[in-house]
Design a protein around this ligand. Structure first.
Ligand code: MG
Length: 263
């Protein structure tokens, strides 16, 4: 009986608390100040903490680019896939690309390239008036996820990918600890929304995860089509850092009430 009364009492107290504007909820976590990042003047400009992989001048940030060309501030796909000399884990990637003009070929043969995080491909393809399988068109995760929309610009125009990448993690025994996730905007249109990758993205095999370092190079595919790239920069991302210094509590003037004890 006493317990019932006290439960009703607690309910009344909590109702009173929920209508009080003087009481404040405090988390008990001390957060570190977020780093200051100076954005570029235009969305295509690298923010102050970005690693610039291509700014129109040279291909020095890339391995295997001997067969690629520099043309009017853009890099043009040549022989062989290239990869960044630096490797990246969780990151934000900005990259612009343009499909060849005039459009030549069809389906997967038209303006095909790809942006790879290690072995995982975000498809680059001329998907302007060019039908192919949907999980192989521009902004698909190859053979895993069609884009949520086709936001493709015409051949010769510049497309923009803004990507948030979460790298997969592996246990020491090689099994998967946590999968990769990707979010992609194509020309400002959300086309992949925190998609959980099933594994890598080969042409002839189902996806699988095979243990690798968290940090992987960014790779750009040679699929035999002279796709152009420009304005490539990447920012490694880290979770906000905070330390719990006490349990959550409410403060009302000088009175502090631990939330766990108030239950
Ligand atoms: Mg491709």
């Amino acid at each position: 009986m006493i317990k019932q009364v006290s439960a009703v009492g607690a309910l009344l107290l909590s109702l009173a608390a929920s209508t009080s504007h003087a009481e404040e909820y405090l988390t008990g976590i001390e957060w570190q100040e977020p780093p200051i990042v100076t954005p570029g003047e235009k969305p295509s400009d690298a923010p102050s903490d970005a690693v610039v992989l291509f700014d129109g001048k040279d291909l020095s940030a890339w391995k295997g680019a001997e067969g690629w060309k520099l043309e009017d501030g853009a890099m043009v796909v040549g022989k062989e896939m290239i990869e960044s000399k630096d490797a990246f884990g969780d990151c934000q990637l900005h990259i612009e690309w343009s499909a060849p003009t005039p459009a030549v070929g069809e389906s997967q043969g038209r303006g095909n390239s790809g942006v790879f995080f290690g072995p995982y491909e975000l498809q680059v393809l001329d998907s302007y008036d060019n039908k192919t399988y949907y999980d192989g068109q521009a902004a698909s995760i190859y053979k895993q996820a069609p884009p949520l929309a086709n936001a493709m610009k015409a051949p010769g125009d510049w497309n923009v990918y803004d990507i948030a990448w979460t790298a997969p993690r592996f246990k020491t025994d090689g099994s998967l600890e946590s999968p990769a996730y990707i979010t992609v905007f194509h020309n400002g249109v959300l086309v992949q929304n925190h998609f959980e990758l099933l594994g890598n993205t080969p042409f002839s095999d189902p996806p699988s995860y095979n243990k690798h370092d968290v940090k992987q190079p960014i790779r750009l595919q040679d699929h035999g089509n002279p796709v152009k790239f420009r304005n490539i920069w990447v920012r490694e991302t880290k979770p906000a850092v905070g330390k719990r210094t006490r349990e959550p509590f409410r403060r009302d003037g000088d009175k502090e009430t631990p939330i766990t004890a108030a239950k």
